[in-house]
Structure formats: structure tokens, C-alpha cells
Design a protein around this ligand. Structure first.
Ligand code: IVH
Length: 662
């Protein structure tokens, strides 16, 4: 018997650790399926040996842990959890169980998507949002009112003066998750494992300004404390009428077969949704029947969550390709025999670096288990060693760069391998693409295809060559008409007017993202100063860590990079940085401006660039929304219209004066 007791203790401790990693650290170490399987094992043991049930067993808890930082809120009605079902057979049992418990045997179910986010309770008083709380342990949650108020889809005021509580799920759309993680990667921050963790991490941010940037959203799935409501169908429709965000993909099902069809449909189509779902919630529709069926200590008996099986599929690893990035880092990429995971075809997965390759001991020809983490990024999680071909060989990262064949470089304490050759083709192509990309110098039309073909034709070899491109060279490119060439040349010319933060970001320094670009621009004010940055200064800056400071010094101690910066400066690319604070003092900040007539000192584009840098919006037609019109020589109908509408008209001379004022 001692063994059973030990086994139960071990399971409890393990599950509690997993739960802590999941809920508190927002950093799960095992999949939901793995957790659920262990949980079921524990439940079974506890059922057989109730004398060994521990007080801290997860089966005895309603929910997760409450954090200390937020004020605590006691829920008027406890926020329960749902029982889980993993197969259609389990669901049939659920249906039978319910039918046994009620007199009326014709049960209608509502099927809803199980949104993969975190549960939230929101209180409205006389139609106004007054309080919002997380679920916490089901009894006591955390007051996250200010954070929830930043969620665009949640009304701060209802269409009716109602006083009630609603409950729902806060989530992060897949697209916002991708953008957020990309930004975090650029800023050298730890990535979120999936949208659910990102949503949970965001709502528990103490600074609601940060929360507002995260683009969270929500769906409401229940209304508490409205005596007039008779069914879940009724509740959802009413919530919708009050202006609350209700997910439209719910269905009233007349029997369990209709429930099965709903599940099958969404199992196939879930990947087309712009947010993650991890199952389907099945609820008895009628409130009277719900009361008849009742509750267990933790969850309603009248509802259950059907969990989709997590998709981990086996496939063959055909090859390991190496890709050279702009900073010279060589990343191994698994080339897979294509498989369909959650509705999309997967044929590649990142293997990250030499440490991951060693850990997995992954070899070409192996059968590997591939998983889509958070249903977005495919990952090789394991090798099935039993299926390894006898002649397989251990994989080692290359000694020579796959693009230029120069010797690669690696540090002992760093899993990344780099090519340091300044003339490495792939690296330079990536550098140029990055330099021209939207968040950097935004040279519209200078994308991957154009850069590659200019490189292959020997027209450009380094980023600086972009500024000596001419018409004859560009027309040589496929599908480049006169108009496209004009546009491209204008875009290149305009890029010279870019702001310092973007230029620093565009240099492509390892670990220097958009945010670091801004911090460095703020500190150094121009490129000349930046090129002389010292380690002492950099480590003093808040938000610039040692790793980033190292990369910057590494970059600036390379003569080729200094030469590049000097060349940019001599091209006239060396703007003085104007911080947002200064910019916001400009007369043009947040204003709508129309340019008309012929300008003498400036080109139209230069004027437009100045205005945009000062936070103005430049439009082409005059309307009541226009704040200023800049009238050059021979201004015609637009000037007339502006005068009629009493809009402020300024001359080019006045304009230049105002621009220089900040
Ligand atoms: S109903 C009594 N409906 O799933 C519990 N829950 O494990 C009522 N969830 O904590 C919950 N989508 O965070 C319900 N359409 C939906 C849901 C949903 C997601 C979450 C919710 C709950 C968890 C249950």
C-alpha cells in the first residue's frame, strides 16, 4: 500500500508543479494532453484509495493560484471549471448520464467553441463596466479592471442600463500573437509559448499601457444573475443585443448526433479561425434542466469540454538545410516529408541551433515527431529512435558557411554558429532586405525578389550600393516597367529622410530591434555619435542589456561596419533625432495637412516626409477635417476651397519655419 501512497504523492507534486508553470509562470513545460492523462491517472487512484487523497491534490482544487500583485476580488458566484471529455464515446456517456438524471428525456444542447484564453468575470452596474476579475482559484480572483478596460471589443457602457455579471474568455488573436512574439524576439525578450500564455501574461501585466498595446480580445459565454433568462441560447442572444462580444459559432443541437457533427466540423476547420480553440463546450440548453442535472464540487454536471486531440505527427526528416541570416547566424532547418497538421501542410521546421540538434540527436533519415506549438510554429519534438536507419550518421553543424564556404565561428558558451565574412552573399542579401524592410528604411519595392536579382546580376553587393542604383540598371530586371523604376528610385531617395531610430534598426545589428533603435537614437542623437558608443555608456542605458551592448560594441569594432556608417553619413543620411516628446510639441503633430501648388525650396516628397515625421497626416483633398494647407505657387482650387472652409493657409516659407521650430 505504501507504493500507492508514494505514487499519489508523486503525481500530486508533479501536477502541482506543471500547474504552477502553466498558470503562474505562463510557461508550460508539458502539453495539455500530457497533463490531462496524468490527472486522470491520479483521479483513478484516488477513487480506488480515497484514504490517500491529499489536501493539496489538484483534484481537490477548483482552479489555479492567486497572484499577490493584484487586489483580490471574491466572486459572488464561484467560477467553476468544466469536466473534460476526450472522445466521442466519453460524450455519449455524458449524454446518457444526463438523461438518467432528468425526467424530460429530450435534451437540447448548445455547442460553443472552447476559446483558448483565460476566464474573466465582468460586472456591469447600470450599464457601466465597474469591475473585472480573473478566475483565480474560482472563489477569489484578481482585480484586472483597468487592464480589461483596454480591450477594444469589451464595451465600457452597455446598450441597456443593466446590472449583472458576465463571464467569458480573454484571448490573443493568432496574428497579434505572431506580431508580439516577433517584437519580443527583436527586443531579445523571452518568447511566449502560445497565444493563451501570451493572453494570460498580458492581462496580468501591472502596467495597463502595455496591455493596451497587446491587442487582446474577448468573447462572452455566460450571463450571471439575470432571472429573466431561461436558456443558454437565450443568454447568448441577449448578451449580443447588449453589445457584448459573443462568438457567433454556437449551435443549438437537438440531440447528441448533432453535437458530434458540430465537433467533427470544427476539428477539421479550427485552423481557419483567427484565434486558437482547444475544444468544444457542450452545455444543456434549458436552465431548468441545468438545475435538475446539478453540479459536482468543481464543475457543472450539465456541461463538459470536449478536448481536441493535440496533433503530434510522425514524419520523415528528409534533409537539414542551413540558412544564413543577416547577422551571419546559421540556422538549421528540418526539411520534412510534407504532413498535414491542424489543417495546414508542414514541410519545414526550425531546429534552432547546435544545442537543440544535439539534444534531439536528430539525423537525416530519422522519423521524427512534429508538433505545432500553439498551432502556429511547427517544432520537431522527438526522434523515434526505434525507427532509425542502421546507416544513419550523427549530424554536426558545418565548419564552413553554406553560402560563402568561409570558416564558421562559434563561442563555447553560445549555441549559435556564425559566418563572419563581410562578403558572404546570403548574409549580404539578408542585410539589404532588412535595411529596406518596412520597419527599417521602408524602401517600397525593394523586397526579397528584387534584392536577389540585383545581387545575382552583380548590380549591388552591399547595402550602400542601393544609393548608387540608376535607371539603366533597374530596367534590366524582369517585370520592371518605367513606372516601377520611377517608384523605386523615389522610394530610395525618400529613405534618406528616415529617422535615426529606424536607421539604427536598419543597420541589422544582432539583438538590436525597433525598441533598442529608439533608445539608442534618443541617447546618441545622430549616427556620428552612435558610431562612437562605448560599453560604459551602453550598459548605463535602461532596457539595453549586456548581451545587446556586447553585440553593439562587436558591430562597431568592425571596420567594415564603421565604413558603412561613414558612407551613409556622406550620402546625407545622418538625421538629428527628434524624440516623440519634442515632435509632439510641433504645430503639425496629429494634424491633417494638404500640400498644393508648386513648392520652390522643397520637393513635394520632402515636404510630405517632414510632415509625417512630425506626426501629421498628409492627404490630397481639402475637407472640413483639414487643419492646414501649405500653398505653393499657382495654388488653385484647393486653396480656394480651404479659404471657403476657413482652413489655415500657410506659405512654403512659413512652413519651413514651422518645421524647423521643433
Ligand atoms: S463555460 C462552469 N464556455 O474553459 C464553467 N467556458 O475548463 C463555465 N472556456 O474556465 C465555463 N470557452 O475559461 C465556457 N464557450 C465557453 C468557453 C469556456 C472557453 C474556458 C473557460 C473555463 C474553461 C473550462
Amino acid at each position: 500500500m505504501e507504493n500507492i501512497r508514494d505514487e499519489i504523492t508523486k503525481l500530486v507534486n508533479l501536477l502541482n508543479t506543471y500547474s504552477y508553470q502553466y498558470y503562474v509562470e505562463d510557461n508550460p513545460q508539458v502539453s495539455d494532453t500530457q497533463y490531462d492523462t496524468l490527472y486522470k491517472q491520479l483521479e483513478k487512484l484516488e477513487e480506488q484509495y480515497p484514504q490517500y487523497i491529499l489536501n493539496n491534490s489538484p483534484t481537490q482544487r477548483v482552479g489555479d493560484v492567486v497572484l499577490d500583485e493584484f487586489e483580490k476580488v471574491t466572486h459572488d458566484v464561484p467560477m467553476l471549471s468544466l469536466s473534460n471529455t476526450f472522445s466521442l464515446a466519453d460524450l455519449e456517456d455524458f449524454d446518457t448520464r444526463i438523461k438518467k438524471l432528468v425526467s424530460n428525456k429530450k435534451i437540447e444542447y448548445i455547442c460553443e467553441l472552447k476559446i483558448d484564453g483565460l476566464a474573466i468575470s465582468i460586472n456591469y452596474k447600470d450599464g457601466k463596466l465597474i469591475k473585472a476579475a480573473t478566475r483565480g482559484d474560482g472563489i477569489i480572483g484578481e482585480d484586472v479592471t483597468e487592464n480589461v478596460k483596454t480591450i477594444f471589443s469589451i464595451p465600457k457602457v452597455l446598450k441597456d442600463n443593466k446590472t449583472f455579471e458576465v463571464r467569458g474568455e480573454v484571448y490573443l488573436p493568432k496574428k497579434s500573437f505572431e506580431i508580439l512574439n516577433k517584437e519580443r524576439e527583436e527586443n531579445n525578450e523571452v518568447l511566449f509559448a502560445n497565444p493563451r500564455n501570451a493572453a494570460a501574461g498580458s492581462i496580468r501585466q501591472l502596467d495597463s499601457k502595455i496591455v493596451s498595446k497587446r491587442k487582446l480580445s474577448a468573447f462572452i459565454y455566460s450571463v450571471v444573475g439575470d432571472e429573466t433568462i431561461t436558456s443558454q441560447n437565450n443568454a447568448l442572444n441577449l448578451a449580443k443585443d447588449y453589445g457584448l462580444p459573443v462568438n457567433n459559432n454556437f449551435k443549438l443541437c437537438k440531440n447528441i448526433d448533432e453535437v458530434f457533427n458540430f465537433i467533427k466540423y470544427w476539428d477539421v476547420n479550427k485552423s481557419t479561425l483567427p484565434y486558437d480553440i482547444d475544444g468544444i463546450v457542450i452545455k444543456v440548453n434549458s436552465y431548468t434542466t441545468q438545475e435538475e442535472v446539478g453540479y459536482t464540487q468543481k464543475s457543472p454536471r450539465w456541461a463538459t469540454a470536449y478536448k481536441f486531440p493535440e496533433e503530434e505527427l510522425a514524419t520523415k526528416l528528409l534533409d537539414i538545410e542551413l540558412s544564413v541570416g543577416r547577422t551571419g547566424i546559421i540556422t538549421p532547418v528540418a526539411i520534412l516529408e510534407p504532413i498535414n497538421i491542424s489543417g495546414s501542410t508542414v514541410s519545414k521546421a526550425s531546429l534552432h541551433n547546435k544545442d537543440i540538434i544535439n539534444e534531439l540527436d536528430v539525423r537525416i533519415g530519422d522519423t521524427v515527431i512534429v508538433k505545432k506549438a500553439g498551432e502556429i510554429i511547427p517544432k520537431v519534438v522527438r526522434v523515434i529512435e526505434e525507427l532509425r536507419p542502421i546507416n544513419s550518421v550523427k549530424y554536426f553543424m558545418p565548419v564552413l558557411c553554406p553560402s560563402c564556404s568561409e570558416k564558421t565561428f562559434s563561442k563555447e558558451d553560445n549555441p549559435f554558429i556564425r559566418c563572419l565574412n563581410p562578403d558572404c552573399p546570403e548574409q549580404n542579401i539578408r542585410k539589404i532586405i532588412h535595411f529596406a524592410s518596412r520597419d527599417a528604411l521602408n524602401i517600397d519595392g525593394m523586397g526579397e525578389k528584387v534584392v536577389k536579382s540585383l545581387y545575382e546580376k552583380d548590380i549591388i553587393k552591399h547595402t550602400i550600393d542601393l544609393y548608387s542604383l540608376n535607371r539603366e540598371e533597374l530596367v534590366q530586371l524582369e517585370r520592371m516597367g518605367d513606372k516601377s523604376v520611377d517608384n523605386l528610385l523615389t522610394a530610395i531617395e525618400n529613405s534618406k529622410q528616415s529617422t535615426l531610430d529606424k536607421i539604427i534598426y536598419a543597420l541589422g545589428i544582432l539583438n538590436v530591434g525597433k525598441k533598442a533603435g529608439k533608445i539608442l537614437a534618443e541617447k546618441y542623437q545622430n549616427l556620428t555619435n552612435f558610431s562612437k558608443a562605448t560599453m560604459e555608456e551602453l550598459v548605463e542605458l535602461s532596457d539595453i542589456g549586456q548581451i545587446t551592448a556586447d553585440s553593439i560594441i562587436d558591430y562597431l569594432s568592425n571596420d567594415n561596419n564603421i565604413k558603412f556608417i561613414d558612407e551613409l553619413i556622406s550620402m546625407g543620411i545622418n538625421p538629428e533625432y527628434k524624440s516623440n516628446e519634442i515632435v509632439s510639441k510641433s504645430k503639425f503633430f496629429g494634424k491633417t495637412v494638404v500640400l498644393t501648388g508648386k513648392l520652390i525650396e522643397l520637393t513635394r516628397n520632402e515636404a510630405k516626409n517632414y510632415l509625417e515625421k512630425l506626426g501629421a497626416k498628409v492627404t490630397s483633398s481639402v475637407s472640413a477635417k483639414t487643419d492646414f494647407i501649405v500653398a505653393g505657387e499657382k495654388a488653385g482650387s484647393k486653396l480656394k476651397k480651404a479659404e471657403e472652409l476657413n482652413i489655415k493657409v500657410i506659405t512654403e516659407e512659413e512652413f519651413i519655419k514651422l518645421v524647423n521650430e521643433v
